[in-house]
Design a protein around this ligand. Structure first.
Ligand SMILES: [Zn+2]
Ligand SMILES: [Zn+2]
Length: 568
């Protein structure tokens, strides 16, 4: 078991204790222990083998024994006991944004609500607002939260989809008779979340049946046969739709498997108007081509890159539209916005820099949290200055690689910043983000963000909505006004590349591009592996598309710093 998995189990136990209404101090102790455990540099195996768990501050003998049990058998006695005491539907309630353990307990004990469906019924029946400690506002919040949950059901984070795709690809790599393994759907279109994996296996001529039999025999996926294809679930429980196709139908089938629904519908209309059918499974004058490009050409249409195949207005007569090139991963020269052990990161500056040098990057912009972010061990001005000294030393040693002195300074509730201007002026770059006080109207949130952007010291706005994909919407923001404000003051808005955020939302990239608001792709890394999250940003940014020229991550360190100086 990893430290993170053990910490998650401890946190889960703490939640169960709260749901059971047990001693809050005991719950708090397990939460603290989880945090302390995650902060240890060594692996769980090492900590246990060297008998060092109970030497960690905040981890007593009892918790240490629980962690050992977790490591050896995946659970511990008190956790199992607590699980018995809480209906699983009550734990489900916690998925509703704004519904914590205390409210869930009250719903369970006072209103006999033990499932999401029961919660919905109780809201509609007006029961929630009459419960003591709840009110009409709370009921409305739960209603919104439930609607959000429904809208995200069946969706998965992009990195999980990619992982499932890579595993499937690997299991097929030695199978005879396969010409190509093709992944369509939202994964190919670069969407932030993915429903099913839409897979086409293009078989060599005469090999369709053999390939299909081979795939059915794979042990890593459990399949059921549907009408024309296969439906399966990967070992990681990812849903897969798969078809084995012949080369002469590959062009059209790839288009159909890629979507979006609206794009395909629009294409089918054009095809029908010209007497063609797009679907090889339909009768009629079917377009039989090997490539997608040939299908678009046969219909007199411009080839549309997969990330741009969204919406009804996504087909264009040939020659009527040019698609700018989207930024590519190999064009990224530096990474801005990452956290070190000085705040809530898991690796030291030197380790992050070494990892980046090894991959050929030119610079790293550190951006630890500021003082008011106590939960994240935010830096005081004194600790900032100490970090600057450390960076100066490292830069001498690591040249020509460069570490840029940055901060992710908190935007306070009134839009002021968490450091004074004098300190801010000492950084190479300043990113400003909201991390608390999410309960705002669109008007207030937009004004708060704009006020931060108006500060001459600020260069980049971090994760503009604070959304967590599939978890919470974040605060409401008027993106048009925000982009206007950034344009007026010559500021950038990041696309946070954490696969849980991908915020700035890609729908606003085109508007940022046209207003010349630069959009750096920022991984917001908290550990070395997190640095490579920039990949998700590149894939989603292709939907704008975000061009290399408008993406500071493709600029040299000097170009970036010159741009920062231009509005200070
Ligand atoms: Zn942040
Ligand atoms: Zn951050």
């Amino acid at each position: 078991m990893t430290k993170q998995e053990a910490a998650a189990a401890l946190r889960h136990y703490a939640v169960l204790l709260e749901l059971l209404g047990e001693d809050p101090f005991r719950a708090r102790a397990f939460e603290n222990a989880a945090r302390m455990l995650e902060m240890q540099p060594e692996s769980l195996d090492v900590l246990i083998a060297e008998n060092r768990l109970s030497a960690i501050r905040g981890i007593g003998k009892g918790v240490a024994a629980a962690i050992c049990d977790l490591n050896s058998r995946g659970t511990f006695a008190e956790l199992e006991e607590a699980r018995q005491g809480v209906p699983s539907g009550v734990i489900e309630l916690l998925r509703v944004e704004g519904l914590g353990p205390k409210k869930a307990r009250a719903l369970w004990k006072d209103a006999k609500v033990t499932s999401l469906a029961a919660l919905e019924n109780a809201i509609e029946a007006g029961l929630i607002e009459r419960l003591s400690g709840f009110g009409a506002k709370t009921a409305q919040k739960f209603r919104t939260g439930l609607a959000f949950l429904k809208s995200t059901s069946g969706r998965h984070w992009r990195h999980h989809a990619a992982r499932a795709a890579e595993a499937l690809q690997e299991s097929l790599k030695d199978m005879a008779g396969i010409r190509e393994v093709f992944f369509g759907g939202s994964l190919r279109r670069g969407n932030e979340t993915v429903g099913d994996l839409h897979v086409l296996i293009v078989a060599d001529t005469g090999q369709t049946d053999t390939v299909r039999a081979g795939i059915l025999a794979l042990s890593c996926v459990s399949w059921s046969e549907t009408g024309s294809g296969l439906r399966g679930e990967s070992a990681s429980a990812f849903p897969i739709e798969l078809s084995v196709v012949t080369l002469d139908e590959a062009g059209a089938r790839k288009i159909l498997a890629t979507g979006s629904e609206e794009h395909v519908r629009a294409l089918k209309e054009v095809a029908a108007s010209k007497g063609f059918s797009l679907d090889p499974q339909e009768s009629g004058n079917v377009l039989r081509t090997e490539s997608e490009e040939q299908v678009y050409a046969a219909l007199g249409l411009a080839y549309v890159p997969p990330p741009l195949r969204e919406g009804n207005n996504s087909v264009f007569a040939v020659g009527s539209r040019a698609f700018p090139d989207a930024v590519r991963l190999e064009q990224i020269r530096g990474i801005l916005h990452c956290h070190t052990t000085a705040s809530d990161g898991h690796h030291a500056l030197r380790e992050l820099a070494a990892a980046m040098i090894e991959r050929g990057y030119e610079y790293l912009g550190v951006a630890d949290h500021s003082q008011s972010a106590a939960y994240a061990h935010g830096l005081t001005p004194e600790r900032v200055r100490a970090q600057w000294c450390e960076i100066d030393e490292l830069n001498k040693e690591l040249a020509p690689f460069r570490i840029l002195k940055g901060t992710e300074v908190d935007i306070l509730p009134d839009g002021r910043l968490d450091f004074d201007d004098e300190l801010l002026a000492g950084f190479d770059f300043v990113a400003a983000s909201i991390h608390s006080g999410f309960n705002m109207s669109e008007e207030d949130a937009t004004a708060r963000l704009c006020r931060a952007l108006e500060n001459p010291q600020v260069d980049i706005l971090g994760h503009p909505t604070g959304r967590l994909l599939l978890e919470r919407n974040g605060y409401p923001v008027n993106h048009r006004r925000l982009i206007d404000c950034a344009a007026r003051h010559g500021k950038a808005i990041e696309m946070n590349c954490s696969p849980h955020r991908l915020d700035l939302d890609w729908h606003f990239l085109a508007s940022a591009e046209s207003r010349h608001v630069p959009v750096p792709l920022c991984p917001d890394a908290h550990h070395i592996e997190g640095l490579w999250d920039i990949r998700w940003g590149v894939e989603v940014a292709a939907k704008g598309p975000l061009t290399a020229a408008n993406c500071p991550s493709t600029w040299s360190a000097d170009e970036f710093l010159e741009w920062c100086a231009s509005h200070a």
